[in-house]
Design a binder for this molecule. Sequence first.
Ligand SMILES: *Cc1c(COP(=O)(O)O)cnc(C)c1O
Length: 401
Amino acid sequence: MTGSFLPYGRHVVDDDDISAVAEVLRGDWLTTGPTVEKFEASLAERVGARFAVACSSGTAGLHMATAVAGLSPGDRAVVPPMTFLATANAVRYQGGDVVFSDVDPQTGLLNIDGVQDIVDRARNGIRAVLPVHLAGQTVDMPSLARLAKKAGFVVIEDACHALGTEYLDGNEVVSVGSCRHSTMAVFSFHPVKTIAMGEGGAVTTNDPDVYRKLLEFRNHGMTREANQFQNRDMALDSDAEPNPWYYEMPSIGFNYRASDIHCALAHSQLKKLNSFIARRRELAARYDEQLQYLSPILLPPLRIEGCNPAWHLYAVRIDFKASGMTRKQVMVRLREAGIGSQVHYIPVHLQPYYRRLYGESSLPGATAYYAATLSLPLFPSMSDGDVGRVVDTLAHCLGMN
Ligand SMILES: *Cc1c(COP(=O)(O)O)cnc(C)c1O
């Protein structure tokens, strides 16, 4: 890609992905057919969960998760401010209240001591906590799980950045999505994430009851399972067998289904996940090495001990004040040199909607991380030379070469 514009992230779609989608288009099912289940089975196996439920986006997945967790009006859920809007919004969709808990200023990851403080202070308890594995690095899940057990909240991982990430729990290697320390984990397959589905996402779980509820909520809240039917007189014929047309809606849901077309792309992409991750790790290591000389004005991502991230983002921290440049100036100069960059994220508690609801909150960790962060280009089809070009250009923009 040298010479052309380098975005901060992009998908890699090959001919075999296109063939997989074309095959579905020539077949009998475009919406819910066999490819949905095929993708779900592959994903569950890959992350080491019993069940996976594909859906129409990561946002839909987060909403499915908060709904199935039983989040209701008046319930409170803890969310880090350093995330995409959808993590917090999924709490609001259910009428729950968001309690923003601060992040580490160096990693942007949810600080477990902060969650503990909130839990200790909450009079009516905390119903759920949604840790976000920012950039692909993991929140301290074993500690969060211990706290969850004591305090009785549900853990829903926003794993949209972390497909393929592994971390150590003692001597055991845990795969993100296996739900070893959570009830559910949510993935996004937006093209900028680790694999592409167009628009799409998934929720994984090990709990059969949660799985059944996820399927129901994804499809209008309806069920065709005879053992779930409540209107027995309407459901069953005189032979006590269910009527063939019969379905029931025990609770309300949405249409959050994923189509066979989308799942064909995701299934094909999943086969390449290992190579995508390996390349992302290689590129991140190259950045780390080549950016060293810009320290301490520019710092590479701080590595979490015991975590082997799949690196969705490569986010550096820049002391803009010391560099004498604003972030805007740096981004504009990078863009002029054909290099995209992005800020992940504007702290969600500062959004007008949340300020109006909850007033001003002081979250210094998020403020500090936000002031310094800049995501550099990172995607599997980048060349080694692209990394060199980004580093040289960045050094130049910061007046350091
Ligand atoms: C992308 C993303 C989402 C939303 O996923 P969509 O598929 O775009 O709806 C939610 N949370 C995080 C952290 C994300 O990066």
